[in-house]
Design a protein around this ligand. Structure first.
Ligand SMILES: NC(=O)c1ccc[n+]([C@@H]2O[C@H](COP(=O)([O-])OP(=O)(O)OC[C@H]3O[C@@H](n4cnc5c(N)ncnc54)[C@H](OP(=O)(O)O)[C@@H]3O)[C@@H](O)[C@H]2O)c1
Length: 264
């Protein structure tokens, strides 16, 4: 399942990966996939108990060091302080956390919209800057940003979230080229439906092309260093081509609207 040997992966992206939004779902799957490759982990999320349970489980399975850091990534100043105090060298940033209020903008508060920007835009942008500075000095490293098929076109009822996911994809493309000469790989993972607690909360029915968190984490880490964008899953690759390239924008937005209309 792993394309590169764990040794090569560890040399390129070790000794420690920081997973932002690691307590469950896809973040936890990234943490396990990275521990399996021998990377030590710094795990960030709000829920300390969930982080510690995950860390205990991974320590029992893999010979790696793991530290847990409860923090709201919407508070960048706090996150920066915690990361600044870490006594480890971060060779890989996986920014997975996201906030997705569902509903029309008129029903969404200013605070909720500001939190979308803080968690989904400001934090990945500034953490990419903060952590890549050290990586540039080391002439190696990697950055993984989570994007979404929802960010391929306007997505009614998820408008701000979808726009924030488009931001991450475009950011990754730019940094992919900028940081390449420094030996740093950047990728955005444009995921379709992934079975996670967050997804189950929003959507009861299983969408076509739904993947497990493990599948998304593995396909993304396998593509890191090869491409600026990965779309995990064959059905999702076709969906992105169809929605992003083949259909007129107006039709793609209407189709997306038919999908997101049932979200609660
Ligand atoms: N699931 C999908 O179908 C899907 C599809 C496309 C893209 N994605 C993307 O994949 C990523 C993960 O999605 P998911 O479904 O796994 O989400 P999730 O189940 O809601 O989990 C998100 C993780 O991020 C953490 N998190 C959320 N807000 C945070 C905050 N303010 N500060 C710190 N940590 C925070 C959560 O932990 P705490 O609650 O403990 O803080 C949790 O560990 C997101 O970027 C999402 O946009 C998901």
């Amino acid at each position: 399942m792993m394309s590169r040997s764990p040794e090569k992966f560890k040399v390129k992206y070790g000794p420690c990966a920081l997973v932002a939004g690691a307590s469950e779902g896809l973040g936890a799957a990234y943490a396990e996939a990275l521990a399996q490759r021998g990377l030590n982990l710094a795990l960030l999320a709000r829920r300390k108990d969930k982080l510690e349970t995950l860390a205990r489980t991974l320590r029992e399975k893999y010979p790696v060091e793991i530290s847990c850091h409860p923090v709201d990534l919407g508070d960048y100043g706090q996150a920066k302080k915690i990361i600044g105090a870490l006594d480890v060298s971060i060779g890989l940033l996986v920014y997975n956390a996201a906030y997705c209020p569902i509903g029309l903008m008129e029903e969404t508060s200013e605070d909720q919209l500001a939190q979308v920007v803080a968690v989904n835009v400001k934090a990945p942008l500034l953490l990419a800057k903060l952590l890549s500075a050290k990586m540039i000095g080391n002439h190696r490293g990697g950055i993984v940003l989570m994007s979404s098929l929802a960010g391929t076109q306007g997505s009614p009822k998820l408008a701000a979230y979808a726009a924030s996911k488009a931001f991450n994809a475009i950011l990754a493309e730019g940094l992919w080229q900028e940081l390449k000469p420094h030996g740093i790989d950047v990728i955005a993972s444009v995921a379709g439906a992934v079975i996670t607690p967050g997804y189950r909360q929003a959507q009861q029915a299983k969408a076509p092309g739904t993947l497990t968190a493990r599948e998304v984490a593995e396909q993304t880490l396998k593509a890191l260093g090869k491409y600026p964008i990965v779309v995990p899953g064959g059905v999702n690759k076709i969906a992105r081509f169809f929605m992003g390239r083949l259909l007129p924008r107006t039709l793609a937005i209407k189709l997306m609207s038919a999908n997101t209309g049932s979200l609660t």
